[in-house]
Design a protein around this ligand. Structure first.
Ligand code: FPP
Length: 243
């Protein structure tokens, strides 16, 4: 039986996803890895639709890590091309559902064509406020924290900030998207129990939902099941359970 969205008491504002298992999904079917990524792009679309249906405001997907540059050139090129073709395919849907696109990561490291294509959609959707789709691209969380630290150090150097005033909020304010709330839920597909340098700071208090389903098979029903599992959890932030 499917998940009844009406029965869910709480819907997370922000869900982050590690989309793993594209390669294994393809291998099991005798397909190329890029075929796995292509099918995975369909799952991204399905999750965006499902999130809009459920009322989730922010979706962040880990599309390309700083470590992913080490993959064979053919696969990196294929992923960059897929990103461009996916944006072409999704653009209308982003407008139909009033979804704002944002990116986080080393934007300048991306090929010029990809940057230009992204910029077009970033600009065209910048005025939407209800839903946000964040793509982590050439992203690494340790790098993000190092970048934040450098900015803070510069401010201390110029006197804009005093070192005694640095607190948790100061760090949070210097991350790539400081205005985005921390994800309440992180979903990882294909069964690995790792964070893989994804949103280390932001996921400090998040619930984790790990599913064995490969990313290319992860669709609306799986997303709703994750929301259901999240509802069954009790978030205490280190406090005492309320009865
Ligand atoms: C991990 O699977 C997946 C990736 C590194 C890429 C994810 C990218 C997409 C789904 C492309 C579309 C994205 C957007 C935002 C349009 P893997 O290759 O590591 O799988 P494996 O562990 O089974 O080898």
């Amino acid at each position: 039986m499917g998940v009844d969205l009406q029965s869910l008491e709480k819907i997370p504002r922000h869900v982050a996803l590690i989309m793993d298992g594209n390669g294994r999904w393809a291998k099991e079917r005798g397909l190329s890895r890029i075929e796995g990524h292509k099918e995975g792009a369909q799952s991204v679309r399905a999750v965006l639709r499902a999130a809009a249906k459920a009322g989730v405001e922010f979706i962040t997907v880990y599309a390309f890590s700083t470590e992913n540059w080490k993959r064979p050139v053919l696969e990196v090129d294929g992923l960059m091309k897929l990103l461009v073709s996916s944006l072409n395919a999704y653009e209308q849907e982003l407008h139909d559902n009033q979804i704002r696109l944002r990116v986080m990561g080393q934007f300048s490291r991306l090929p010029l064509l990809v940057r230009k294509r992204l910029q077009k959609t970033l600009d065209a959707t910048a005025h939407y406020t209800q839903h946000t789709f964040i793509i982590a691209l050439s992203y690494g969380s340790r790098m993000e924290i190092a970048d934040a630290t450098r900015q803070i150090a510069e401010k201390v150097k110029t006197g804009e900030l005093k070192s005694k005033d640095i607190n948790e909020q100061t760090i949070a304010d210097h991350l790539y998207l400081p205005d985005v709330p921390d994800p309440e839920l992180m979903i990882r597909t294909s069964g690995e129990l790792r964070l893989s340098n994804f949103l280390l700071w932001q996921l400090s208090y998040s619930e984790f939902h790990i599913t064995d389903t490969y990313w290319p098979e992860f669709r609306e029903e799986h997303f709703f099941q994750a929301l259901e599992a999240y509802n069954a959890r009790d978030r205490r932030y280190g406090g005492i359970q309320k009865r």
